[in-house]
Design a protein around this ligand. Structure first.
Ligand SMILES: [Zn+2]
Length: 327
């Protein structure tokens, strides 16, 4: 009987084990508790088909759902110094970073890509909550500055999907410094007259809410997203009062005027494409106005003398050959 237990049984075990049976075929909706088949959930952009709960999604899924034909280029982001404070809590910061990089396959919590959105150029940054709670550290700060620079270079709008627990504590003051840095980056965009659109996703809190996440020209949110500086539990404990239902959720903030719109994930691409298209037309028109202005001014200067006026008229008649009429 020995050959049976020693040789045949292990072979049978190997054979059955080789057929992969992943244990994550079903996902439980955290809102309604329904079991959802992972393929169906992915096809539905990670939105529960029973209760419309929006689950968190990573940068790749966002980019694929957003850009035309799911085509985009992820940009290389500047390197930052790793763990300058040699920080350690229950675990070394460098180990936490290593784990997060292994888990997500990304270098840090913000990924920036550019491509076309309904034919218009767009620069899009997505913050990944799966990477250390999406926390704003030096790398995320650099990513936002780089994204703003690229948007200015391409004369394209910048769209940021935010999702974060706040600033990265392991980087201390250096992470807090990213709040003014990113604010300046947004200001540069505005000086270049380029649109900055923020899409707040669940959850956007702390230092991120206190800086770039609230500076959008247009503030959009996904349904049910928690958006706050301090969380509801902290506030309840501090003021010792029960907070109203849905406090700090997207719909509540829309009602109070903190947001411009709450958009379902399935309509996000069309909504953003529409906004970008409208603003792109406006940007083109403004460009034309600037080009036209100097010509009109030049004509007015010539107008006072009779000869000048006649010449200006000639110039109008032969507008296809403006250089010949000048002298
Ligand atoms: Zn559900």
């Amino acid at each position: 009987m020995n050959w049976l237990t020693n040789k045949v049984l292990p072979k049978i075990r190997d054979w059955t084990n080789s057929r992969e049976t992943p244990d994550n075929l079903w996902v439980k909706c955290p809102a309604c508790g329904q079991m959802l088949f992972h393929n169906d959930l992915a096809a539905n952009q990670n939105v529960c088909s029973h209760c419309e709960h929006h689950m968190r999604v990573g940068p790749q899924e966002r980019f694929q759902a957003l850009f035309d034909d799911a085509k985009y280029d992820v940009i290389e982001l500047p390197e930052v110094q790793v763990d300058p404070l040699k920080f350690r809590d229950s675990k070394k910061y460098t180990d936490r970073l290593k784990d997060a990089r292994h888990k997500t396959g990304d270098k840090d919590a913000m990924i920036v890509a550019h491509g076309k959105l309904a034919g218009n150029p767009a620069v899009v940054g997505v913050q990944n909550f799966n990477f250390m709670g999406g926390s704003l550290g030096m790398a995320v700060g650099e990513a936002i500055v780089a994204a703003a620079k690229l948007a200015i270079l391409q004369k394209a709008p910048l769209i940021l999907f935010t999702s974060a627990g706040g600033a990265r504590m392991q980087e201390g003051i250096l992470s807090l410094m990213q709040m003014p840095r990113t604010t300046v980056a947004v200001q540069r965009l505005k000086e270049a007259k380029l649109p900055f659109i923020v899409v707040l996703t669940d959850p956007t809190t702390g230092g991120v809410t206190a800086s770039y996440a609230m500076l959008g020209d247009i503030q959009i949110s996904e349904p049910g997203a928690l958006i706050c500086f301090a969380g509801p539990r902290v506030i309840e404990e501090t003021i010792r009062e029960k907070l109203p239902e849905g406090f700090q959720r997207a719909e509540f903030l829309l009602e109070k005027g903190m947001l411009d719109m709450v958009v379902h994930r399935h309509e996000m691409r069309d909504t953003l494409a529409n906004i970008v298209d409208l603003l792109a037309v406006k940007m083109r028109k403004e460009d034309n106005v600037e080009i036209l202005k100097p010509k009109k001014a030049a004509k007015k200067e010539e107008a006072p003398t009779a000869e000048g006026a006649a010449e200006a008229e000639k110039a109008d008649d032969t507008s296809d050959k403006p250089t010949e009429t000048k002298d």
